[in-house]
Design a protein around this ligand. Structure first.
Ligand code: AGP
Length: 608
């Protein structure tokens, strides 16, 4: 997820653009860049890292312009380098483009453009855009952009300027958000209203398949067939602070609500339904090595490790590969039996967790193949593993991990299909899992629509000081994750156990002041879970059961019920975790705590 800002008007664009870009830094900050047009000349600057680095490079520069675009990058293709930073330019340097999204057919387009003599400077998918526009450019910038976008498969939110067309900016959207800001004698383009709220609260939201020609005192929007679109101007009521969270009170809630889209983004371009298999570009070069793998060790910390525990069940049941999950912080002190037939899967949202990195280095010393499931492109773990799969979940700002977790589970399911179909998984089974993956976003939306019920439940239970979470098989790791979510943002003592383990001692804790959340979908171990629930009720424990929609019998044994849609057992955790995230979020909110920045914690633990 990247940040885009464009400006055209009477003022010097540079300051307006940089100030707007700073308000989008939460969307990604591994590099940034700016392009300005003045007197039919193009000026640009780029920098790695946070936007302040770009600002420093610009200070003292003697260039300005009243039309310009800028970009802060969340890398998807190509490391965070200056060459890969946006804007990207046409060969003649006269056309500049900033892009948010993924161009799935960029390799084909790049090859065709190279054959026509275009020279590429970056590894990014985005750079095909300025060259494609240049190829179609005959004086009308909007027409050239329109023709170029008709060649593109994938998603985009773009802004384009040209030194040959200094009185206009072109914007277009398909799958990535883009908004026009309507000013007085000036107009804006941005990925998010946060960038322009300081200048105007009048906005027009671009829809997918729309393209806008923006001048300083006018703009026209059409569809891709040049049909004029009636523009509806919206007045933004949000404060600037709220707007960076999309109008939500906290980043955590925004990220919980993004999860339907995250599952789509984590699978985008990777599903091969007809073959009942998947295409994981980041594993292509090691696919033959993966055929020889006889053991998998998953190393991770915290929430990422709980995703690994779900992956353990997936890989053993569907890929039939012996799998174990290790605390990354412990793995390096053991004498792990690791060799070239072992694959290490390191799961890390930040890609910078010191313990996980240390585990990878230890495994590499012993000759293991190391794979990463990482969200931050170009992060250390992404660079140090032999291969890997990016989450494409977008920046996760809240310390408590939510959308990264569901993306990790989604990617683990993709890897399970890949490895399973190399082994004994049938075409039908592969197709079934893919079909179920494609159905998940809608099912998550159903859960999110009922979030007010979770909010009521959270208020009822927000006063307790102890919780136990239980689950079995695929949902045992959810007991751990649910407990972690609650403890890390509400500071309530909460523990997760395999449901069968509870009677071996921990049940001594149960009384009427020790509520228990039992994650018990109607799956292969449901009856066993209900037996544990009965044991707890016999000791006056309060029970919240999370189960499958329509399971009315659970109402006989539960004090409160949370329903989720039915799904394939191996994918149910992706649904079941959402109410647990919401429960923790609302309990913390009711306790008046800093949900996004809980005490004692950091988003990325880069120390051992
Ligand atoms: C999860 O909510 C916590 N923030 C923490 O457990 C986190 O999952 C852990 O530190 C691992 O981080 P990583 O995924 O960036 O490696």
């Amino acid at each position: 997820m990247c940040g885009i800002v464009g400006y055209i008007g009477k003022k010097d664009a540079e300051n307006t653009l940089i100030e707007g870009l700073k308000r989008l830094e939460y969307r990604g900050y591994d590099s940034s860049g700016i392009a300005l047009v003045q007197n039919k000349k193009m000026f640009s600057e780029k920098a790695i890292g946070k936007i302040i680095n770009l600002e420093e490079k610009l200070s003292g520069k003697k260039f300005s312009g009243n039309v310009g675009i800028c970009h802060t990058r969340w890398a998807t293709h190509g490391k965070p380098t200056k060459e890969n930073a946006h804007p990207h330019f046409s060969c003649d340097g006269d056309i500049a483009v900033v892009h948010n999204g993924i161009i799935e057919n960029y390799q084909t387009l790049r090859d065709d453009l190279k054959k026509k003599g275009h020279k590429f400077l970056s590894e990014t998918d985005s750079e095909v855009l300025p060259h494609l526009i240049e190829d179609f450019y005959k004086g009308d910038l909007r027409e050239a952009v329109l023709k170029a976008l008709k060649c593109v498969q994938g998603t985009y939110g773009i802004a384009v300027v040209s030194s040959k067309n200094p009185d206009e900016m072109i914007a277009a959207r398909k799958g990535s958000p883009l908004v026009l800001g309507v000013g007085n004698g000036e107009n804006f383009v941005a990925s998010d209203v946060a960038a322009i709220l300081g200048y105007t609260n009048q906005v027009v939201y671009l829809n997918d398949g729309e393209i806008a020609r923006v001048a300083s005192d006018d703009f026209q929007i059409t569809d891709m067939d040049n049909q004029q679109i009636k523009c509806e101007i919206n007045k933004i009521e949000w404060s600037l602070e709220e707007s960076q969270k999309g109008g939500h009170e906290h980043f955590m809630l925004k990220e919980i609500l993004e999860q339907p889209k995250v599952v789509v983004d984590s699978t985008r371009g990777r599903l091969l339904p007809d073959e009942g298999s998947v295409k994981l570009g980041g594993l292509e070069e090691v696919e033959e090595d993966l055929r020889k793998i006889e053991k998998i060790i998953i190393v991770a910390c915290g929430t990422a490790r709980y995703a690994g525990l779900v992956g353990e069940y997936m890989l053993e049941e569907y890929a039939e590969i012996p799998t174990e999950v290790e605390f990354a912080s412990e793995f390096r002190y053991r004498k792990p039996i690791v060799d070239e037939r072992t694959a290490i899967i390191a799961i890390s949202q930040s890609g910078e967790t010191a313990d996980t990195l240390a585990a990878i280095r230890e495994a590499k010393r012993k000759g293991a193949l190391t794979l990463g499931i990482v969200n931050v492109v170009g992060s250390t773990i992404a660079r140090e593993t032999d291969a890997g799969v990016y989450n494409h979940a977008g920046p996760e700002i809240a310390v408590a991990s939510t959308k990264a977790f569901t993306s990790q589970l989604t990617v683990l399911a993709l890897i399970t299909i890949l490895l399973g179909r190399q082994r004994n998984m049938s075409l039908d089974t592969g197709k079934k899992i893919i079909e179920e993956l494609e159905a998940l976003p809608e099912k998550i939306e159903i859960i999110l629509k009922n979030k007010v019920d979770i909010k009521k439940l959270s208020e009822k239970y927000s006063k307790y000081s102890d919780f136990m979470y239980l689950g079995r098989k695929y949902c045992f790791p959810l007991a751990e994750e649910g407990a972690l979510k609650l403890k890390e943002i509400s500071y309530i003592h909460s523990e997760g156990f395999p449901a069968g383990e509870m009677k071996h001692g921990s049940i001594a804790l149960i009384d009427e002041d020790f509520p228990v959340v039992c994650v018990a979908p109607k799956d292969s171990v449901y009856e066993k879970n209900i037996s544990n629930v009965e044991e707890i009720r016999a000791r006056k424990g309060k029970i919240i059961i999370l189960t499958t929609q329509g399971n009315k019998e659970a109402e006989k044994v539960a004090d409160d019920i949370i329903y989720i849609p039915d799904a394939l057992e191996m994918l149910t955790p992706i649904l079941a975790v959402v109410p647990l995230q919401l429960f923790a979020y609302y309990v913390s909110s009711f306790r008046g705590l800093d949900v996004d920045k809980p005490r004692n914690l950091a988003k990325s633990v880069t120390v051992e």
